[in-house]
Design a protein around this ligand. Structure first.
Ligand SMILES: [Zn+2]
Length: 56
């Protein structure tokens, strides 16, 4: 069972961003936030399981 990252969180506006790439280690290699324009990997983080709320 491998963990799948569906989105990353922008550190600037805390929005989920779906345009991103992960490196082999599971880190963020590149990402882009359409909301604030952040485009550096360091501007994003991968959401923890606790950050993802169950729907319903
Ligand atoms: Zn942003």
């Amino acid at each position: 069972m491998s963990e799948e990252v569906e989105f990353v969180i922008c550190n600037n506006c805390e929005s989920p961003c779906y345009s991103f790439e992960l490196d082999r280690k599971g880190g963020i290699s590149s990402a882009f936030c359409a909301l604030c324009g952040a485009d550096e990997a360091k501007d994003f983080h991968i959401p923890e399981a606790e950050d993802i709320e169950d729907q319903g």
